[in-house]
Design a protein around this ligand. Structure first.
Ligand code: ADQ
Length: 460
């Protein structure tokens, strides 16, 4: 079995409270051997390419420090100010600066130079996400003929939006140095395929893209959670304690929960407005329900994130100010992160999981909410149609998050849903969450990569 080199912006092996992605990548690394390479998250005065190796829980990690300029232009710049908004359909927020594009390219060249000596001839190389689009092409230029795969965790935008990016075609062409490109859903895969066909003149048949003598396999590969571990976590003392605390503090009211990084893609503003609409439409229900929104701040260096934070504070304050009573507050808005077992207890205590991103590559909170439910008395998942998860979760109440009326109707439908229907929907959702878990995802991708015929690589 080939070793595997995992390359991602950040490396998160080891530690007790890992997310599913780190669990799955660590498992693949333990099984096959290899290295997990990426940025340390640290700054250095001048880039040296010195690698810091660590071994934790049977996984070797290799990290490098970056210069301030790289961090500003590559990470805070091109990745988070240009690509992230553009790929979430927000060209109004995307910033197009040559310095960002240049810094992104430079950082990727530095990653390629640094990781190159770690690669052995038969290794599989698996590159993760939008921080690293050009890395495969950079490795090819350094003589790497290994099988290299790329997985995109976020959506792929429509062609006409992507064309607003000055270097769009070069960026996409650089992706065709990979042997396998994985997407969270058919929708993102097809959107990429359209671009490659219409803008680059590629030919596509049976999810194989042919271009310039190369064949690139496009793979529909939805990521999941570590479902078994999540179910077990709901039975831990801390999850049970949290569940009890939440039920006590709800005091007989039904709880609706939202859990998201504080990001404009998550549709938090629209969620608050949809919930407000529900309260306005059904004044008699007001004190029977409340919304708990947990949203830890992220990417605080980027202005658009400061802005969304202010907007949400204003909106939560306005709704609470207008509708609260001395014994009831409609929205509990919390800006903290919590350990995963605490989240599991919160999910389980909530009658509704309200997941309304405007765009989301997948959305794992939807899957975690399902996995945490009590099979005898499960809650209802309300899910945006514009998430990758919606393709796999037709038994959720699917909504258009832009429509406050649809969100309000779905809240009403969920709160009035009889137990047998809740159980039926939950069972169908849970089957999917258990079958298509994060280990399934990682096996599917690595098998596809291992199956690539080496002759493809000779044309690289
Ligand atoms: P994210 O945009 O970060 O991920 P998501 O898939 O929902 O979105 O994952 C967030 C994770 O952070 C979940 O595991 C959640 O439990 C955790 N989290 C959120 N709020 C938290 C809090 N307050 N405390 C503790 N943990 C919290 C990107 C893409 C997604 C894609 C994933 C994986 O944007 O579309 O599903 O990668 O590919």
């Amino acid at each position: 079995m080939s070793r595997i080199i995992v390359i991602s912006n950040r490396v998160s092996a080891g530690g007790g409270n890992q997310g599913g992605l780190a669990v799955a990548l660590s498992a693949a690394l333990r099984q096959r051997g290899g290295v997990w390479f990426g940025w340390s998250g640290e700054r250095t005065d001048s880039f040296t390419g010195d690698i810091n190796f660590q071994r934790r829980d049977g996984v070797t990690t290799a990290t490098v420090d970056l210069e301030d300029q790289d961090i500003d232009e590559y990470y805070n710049g091109y990745a988070n100010r240009t690509l992230w908004p553009l790929f979430h359909y927000r060209i109004d927020l995307a910033e197009y600066e040559r310095d960002f594009a240049g810094g992104y390219q430079r950082a990727n060249e530095r990653f390629a130079d640094t990781v190159r000596p770690l690669i052995e001839p038969s290794d599989l190389i698996w590159v993760q996400d939008y921080h690293m689009f050009p890395l495969g092409a950079e490795l090819r230029q350094r003589g790497v003929t290994n099988r290299i795969g790329f997985f995109l965790h976020i959506p792929w935008p429509p062609r006409r939006l992507l064309n607003t990016l000055p270097e769009a075609t070069t960026l996409v062409a650089s992706l065709l140095a990979y042997d396998v490109i994985g997407f969270q859903s058919r929708e993102w895969l097809e959107s990429f395929a359209d671009y490659a066909r219409d803008e680059l003149g590629g030919e596509i048949e049976d999810d194989v893209l042919r271009w310039n003598g190369r064949a690139v396999r496009l793979l529909d590969c939805p990521i999941g959670i570590d479902a078994k571990a999540f179910v077990e976590m709901t039975a831990t003392p801390r999850a049970r304690l949290t569940w009890r605390q939440m039920r006590d503090s709800a005091d007989g009211r039904e709880m609706i929960v939202g859990v998201d990084r504080l990001d404009y893609s998550k549709g938090l503003e629209e969620r608050f407005l949809g919930y407000e609409r529900y309260l306005l439409q059904r004044p008699e229900q007001r004190k029977e329900v409340f919304l708990l929104q947990i949203a830890p701040p992220s990417r605080a260096d980027v202005t658009s994130y400061q802005r969304i934070r202010n907007t949400l504070e204003g909106l939560a304050g306005r709704i609470n100010g207008a509708l609260a009573d001395i014994d009831w507050v409609p929205i509990r808005y919390v800006n903290q992160g919590y350990p995963r077992d605490v989240l599991a207890g919160v999910y389980r205590a909530s009658r509704i999981g309200l997941v309304t991103p405007l765009r989301d590559g997948m959305n794992l909170v939807a899957k975690e909410y399902v996995a945490a439910q009590n099979p005898e008395d499960p809650g209802v998942l309300i899910l945006s149609r514009f998430t990758g998860a919606a393709e796999q979760m037709p038994d959720a109440l699917l909504v258009n998050p832009h429509s406050a009326e649809e969100v309000a109707d779905a809240i009403h439908q969920a709160l009035s849903m009889q137990r047998d229907e809740r159980i039926r929907r939950w069972r169908a959702l849970m089957d999917g969450v258990e079958t298509y878990d994060v280990m399934w995802w990682s096996d599917r991708f690595t098998s596809a990569l291992a199956d690539v015929v080496q002759s493809n690589v000779e044309n690289a």
